[in-house]
Design a protein around this ligand. Structure first.
Ligand code: ADP
Length: 364
């Protein structure tokens, strides 16, 4: 049985529908990440699960029990927010024990739970400090500790790292991943707009777009087999290139004639008779490499500018007029002197993606 089940969940604010028909099952022990562009309803969905926001339609079940009208405190959930909001005059121990004190948990039990959570979060040496004597990352850990002592069925995280600077974000992200390993039974739902967090933490990612779920899958499923152009562009950085073309030969593999003059063989089967169908060829910047002399190129163009990041070099090609952003390629290592040069690109057939009407042509 799923730990958490959403069936046909809708959310409207007045006449404005924000989420529509959300169906999702989350198993015990999963770490699910909600991602999507700003305003797509990630926080709203999380807050509906928490009980902080009314559900307009559909059902929410936690542990097999309908929760739509159950108050937040009785849902067996604990939420960690981006602002950790610790009580400044209380020590770490007092901050972590506070909710238990309110719930009238006996002192010895309270202390045992705080000690266990502190140990799990490596906060034991700081238990008698005030929050002002902690780093931002340590404060966020105390906020997580407050959730752990309550022993919830489901942990909800709303952008918990977004107040931390870049280095601390990375360190705290790794701590959360390690914490999850120490709590294999804990079910966690995590909202972020940071796709690196999503890719590194999630057991499965839920991509939200256009009021619904664009795709649910493991991080690598979304990266390798995006179901639509939205997910293809959203996961991965820089985004996947989409090149317009038509199917030149259908079959077990598909040949595409690209509008820019290139040709590509794609390891995706298409129905006989699909020749002439308009498609977008998807190719990730990291899957492009220089086409050897005398071989057919998938794309050929002038490099507009480059960014040398050391471990990789990004090549930005001049866009066709009216074609929006030009092609981007990511070559491993350092490449000097490519700016303003004409470069021909190729990619392995099994790395290419094919979309028609925004949907992947890869068989599910
Ligand atoms: P995200 O977390 O993905 O950035 P939100 O869940 O915060 O998005 O918001 C989803 C949409 O719902 C946005 O368009 C936002 O403007 C709208 N929204 C959120 N809260 C309210 C509210 N209380 N009243 C009206 N509209 C709201």
């Amino acid at each position: 049985m799923a730990e958490l089940k959403l069936t046909g969940v809708d959310k409207s604010y007045g006449a404005t529908q924000v989420l529509r028909g959300i169906d999702l099952e989350i198993e015990r022990g999963e770490l699910i990440v909600f991602v999507g562009p700003s305003g797509c309803g990630k926080s709203t969905l999380l807050r509906m699960i928490a009980g902080l926001e009314k559900i307009s339609g559909g059902t929410l079940e936690i542990g097999g029990v309908r929760m739509n009208d159950v108050p937040p405190a009785q849902r067996g959930i604990a939420m960690v927010f981006q602002s950790y909001a610790l009580y400044p005059h209380m020590t770490v121990r007092e901050n972590m024990a506070f909710a238990l004190e309110i719930a009238k948990v006996p002192k010895s039990e309270r202390m045992a739970k705080v000690d266990r959570a502190a140990d799990m979060l490596q906060l034991t040496p700081y238990l008698d400090r005030l929050p002002k004597a902690l780093s931002g990352g340590q404060r966020q850990r105390v906020a997580i500790g407050r959730a752990i002592v309550r022993d919830p069925e489901v942990y909800l995280f709303d952008e918990p790292l977004s107040n931390l600077d870049a280095a601390l974000r990375v360190a705290t992200r790794i701590e959360i991943a390690q914490l999850k390993e120490r709590m294999p039974e804990a079910t966690m739902i995590y909202v972020t707009h940071d796709q690196v967090e999503a890719m590194t933490l999630a057991s499965r990612i839920v991509v939200l777009a256009d009021r619904g779920i664009a795709q649910v899958g493991t991080p690598l499923e979304l990266y390798e087999t995006p179901r639509n152009e939205f997910v293809a562009r959203f996961i991965g950085s820089p985004s996947m290139n989409l090149l317009p073309g038509t199917i030149a030969r259908a079959g077990a593999t598909t040949e595409v004639a690209l509008a820019g003059g290139g040709r590509a063989t794609v390891a995706i089967a298409t129905e006989p008779g699909s020749e002439g169908r308009e498609v977008n060829l998807g190719v990730r910047p990291e899957d492009l490499s220089p086409a050897p002399e005398g071989t057919p190129a998938l794309y050929s163009g002038e490099v507009d500018y480059t960014e040398a990041l050391g471990e990789v070099t990004l090549l930005y090609f001049v866009a066709e007029p009216g074609a929006g952003q030009g092609v981007i390629a990511k070559f491993p290592g350092i490449h000097r002197g490519l700016r303003r040069r004409q470069v021909a690109l190729t990619a392995p057939p099994e790395k290419l993606h094919l979309f028609a009407d925004g949907q992947s042509l890869r068989a599910a």
